[in-house]
Design a protein around this ligand. Structure first.
Ligand code: NAD
Length: 273
């Protein structure tokens, strides 16, 4: 007997002509069980009416860049938002009024905007994460577990390398990795972190987590967490090649979130960690 194939998760991307929006549109080709049904941009965007596949540098999708989120969303299950922080509360309000799940990758939200997301998550399921890379989120869980298992006899370093134009140092991901290690050790990260901003600091005092930053060429983002003692050294490394790593995570999160209860989730939930 033939079984009916499960229907695909219908997704709308908002901020579709942006760097992340385009990466997400390209990444649909690499994730099963999902369908792009809409792509939305600002009211006055110059590319409205164009095919979003062509805009993203791949084949035609038949999906036209629109500025009418409400109409597009009525035919979808979930909305992925990579826009600008001020746009997020408006999109959350619409999604929650229409009963549609959301994935939010947009960063830089202030307290009021963040509260709007939390309020929306009382009505619909929302995944919200500042780093959607599946690999980085897996690394967060692994280094916490490693720290808890190895204990305080190992010296821990978080080493990060990024392109020379990166403004913040250490990277947000390096800080989160350090926090996860500290959680595993039962330490207060703020109190035990030493930042080696230019490689000049070569010591490693007892009870400290050293975060080392390097700025080189066009490196997208490398992070290594190491645990060492006199006898051995264990290293966990993640290297990001492109923003497709965030895009794939966002599409995976969209597929996952549609069948959840209303609540606020992060990528650790999506990965079952
Ligand atoms: P971008 O500027 O290239 O793209 C943002 C797009 O959103 C633009 O095309 C803009 O026109 C559109 N936009 C702005 N307001 C809008 C509105 N009200 N309605 C519809 N479209 C609107 O930026 P980007 O590099 O794609 O990044 C977007 C956001 O995602 C930023 O906040 C960035 O920090 C964040 N980001 C998150 C992750 C993650 O893993 N969570 C990864 C990369 C970037």
């Amino acid at each position: 007997m033939k079984t009916k194939s499960p229907s695909k998760t219908r997704i709308v991307v908002v901020g579709a002509a942006g760097r992340m929006g385009q990466a997400i549109i390209r990444s649909f080709r690499n994730v099963n069980g999902v369908e792009l049904v809409g792509a939305v941009e600002m009211t006055v965007h110059k590319d409205l009416g164009k095919d979003v596949g062509v805009l993203a540098g791949v084949e035609k999708t038949g999906i036209i860049l629109s500025n009418d989120l409400k109409t597009v969303l009525s035919n979808a299950d979930v909305l992925i938002d990579f826009t600008f922080h001020t746009a997020v509360p408006i999109n959350v309000m619409l999604a929650s009024q229409m009963g549609r799940a959301m994935v939010i990758g947009t960063t830089g939200l202030d307290a009021a905007e963040s509260d709007a997301v939390k309020k929306g998550a009382e009505k619909v399921p929302i995944v919200w994460a500042p780093n959607m890379s599946l690999g980085v989120n897996l690394l967060f869980a692994m280094v916490k577990k490693a720290a808890a298992a190895l204990g305080t006899d190992y010296k821990v370093e978080v080493d990060e390398t990024h392109h020379v134009n990166k403004k913040d140092s250490p990277s947000g991901t390096a800080l989160r990795l350090g926090e996860k290690v500290a959680e595993g050790l039962g330490w207060d990260f703020k109190a035990c972190m030493i930042h080696d901003a230019d490689g000049a600091f070569r010591k490693h005092p007892e009870g400290k987590i050293v975060v080392r930053s390097h700025r080189e060429g066009e490196v997208v983002g490398d992070h290594t967490v190491s645990f060492g003692n006199e006898a051995e050294r264990i290293e966990f490394t993640h290297r990001a090649w492109s923003r497709e790593s965030f895009a794939l995570g966002a599409v995976r999160a969209a597929r996952w979130v549609v069948s959840r209860k209303p609540a606020l989730y992060d990528m650790q939930d999506v990965l079952g960690l």
